[in-house]
Design a protein around this ligand. Structure first.
Ligand code: CIZ
Length: 311
């Protein structure tokens, strides 16, 4: 309902909201982070736009008192872990992540007991509790490097099985897969993608590694959202098919205006659940603060920092 209201607001009202958020941001010494998949109106209030880890790292470097994270819950948790002294706000607490929700601490406990020699590598798309139970975190781009840097021969890799399979192809270690997936990426179909490629034979396919193996097999380049503009801008090709959440294509059109982008995508309702009125309300009233227990912050921080050291 709130999303619909925001979409039907006139340009003038949107502009007013943007100005209010920007003024408040200055008054409260806040930094605003906006994930690539957010609705384009949110980009207009951003200090930084990007993937969740880069955003959290950028915010940690600032002297802001408040981080307003326009993204989903696990992302705001990552920001809190990397900036424990800052107040971290998530405009809409309902903005979760179906992939992160597929890894529960009690399941991981069982898995660790079953494979006592295995190291636990968790993708950044996990809750703070799961990060705290992990030996090290990874992103889609550094996952292979992190796995290979560990002394263990067996790795429990969670929560995305598609990313896990991709890593398995590139390492000699034994990857114990978790039965999780991002439905947005998992449901993208290889046959339909091949048909789109036939209509655009010169286009290069950029796919997110959370897609299934058969989709990745037809991709020219595989990377997280943070690497997509870089690839497009450094490539001679003019046309690209972007295989991920739909919001990314908008962002790429801004970041690489000389290129043509065709979307092959699904919409993530959680990523579209944050609106300008919610951002304003959260910032104005310090509403929806992310609070994490100190021990979780310390343990999850170790897993994240270990990744940063390895990578
Ligand atoms: O940006 C990405 O690649 C995704 C899917 C999530 C993130 O953590 O930013």
């Amino acid at each position: 309902m709130q999303l619909r209201q925001a979409i039907t607001k006139s340009d003038e009202e949107t502009e007013k909201l943007i100005q209010l958020v920007l003024e408040l941001k200055k008054q409260k010494n806040a930094v605003i982070l906006v994930h690539n998949y957010q609705i384009p109106d949110m980009y207009k209030i951003a200090d930084f736009i990007g993937d969740s880890l880069e955003l959290s790292k950028q915010a940690a470097k600032t002297d802001a008192d408040i981080i307003l994270f326009c993204g989903v819950k696990f992302m705001a948790e990552t920001a809190k872990i990397l900036s424990p002294k800052k107040t971290v706000l998530l405009p809409n607490l309902e903005a979760g992540c179906s992939l992160a929700d597929m890894a529960a601490p009690n399941q991981l406990e069982k898995m660790k007991k079953k494979h006592p020699k295995a190291a636990v590598v968790s993708y950044v798309n996990t809750s703070a509790e799961i990060k705290a139970m992990s030996d090290v975190c990874c992103t889609s781009m550094n996952a292979v490097k992190i796995v290979n840097a560990l002394p263990n021969e067996e790795i429990i890799f969670l929560p995305d099985k598609n990313l896990g399979k991709y890593v398995q192809e590139k390492t000699k270690k034994k990857i114990i897969l978790w039965d999780g997936y991002c439905s947005i990426h998992h449901e993208l179909n290889a046959k339909a993608l091949t048909d789109l490629k036939k209509q655009n034979p010169n286009a290069k396919i950029i796919a997110h590694p959370e897609c299934q193996e058969d989709v990745l097999q037809v991709a020219d380049h595989i990377c997280g959202t943070g690497g997509m503009a870089k690839f497009a801008n450094s490539n001679d090709t003019k046309d690209f098919i972007v295989v991920t959440e739909c919001g990314m294509t908008e962002k790429l059109r801004e970041d690489a205006p000389d290129k043509n982008f065709h979307s092959f995508c699904n919409i993530c309702p959680y990523m579209k659940a944050t609106t300008l009125p919610m951002a304003l309300n959260s910032l104005e009233n310090n509403q929806n603060e992310i609070i994490l227990p100190q021990d979780i912050i310390v343990k999850a921080g170790k897993a994240l920092n270990r990744m940063l050291e390895f990578a």
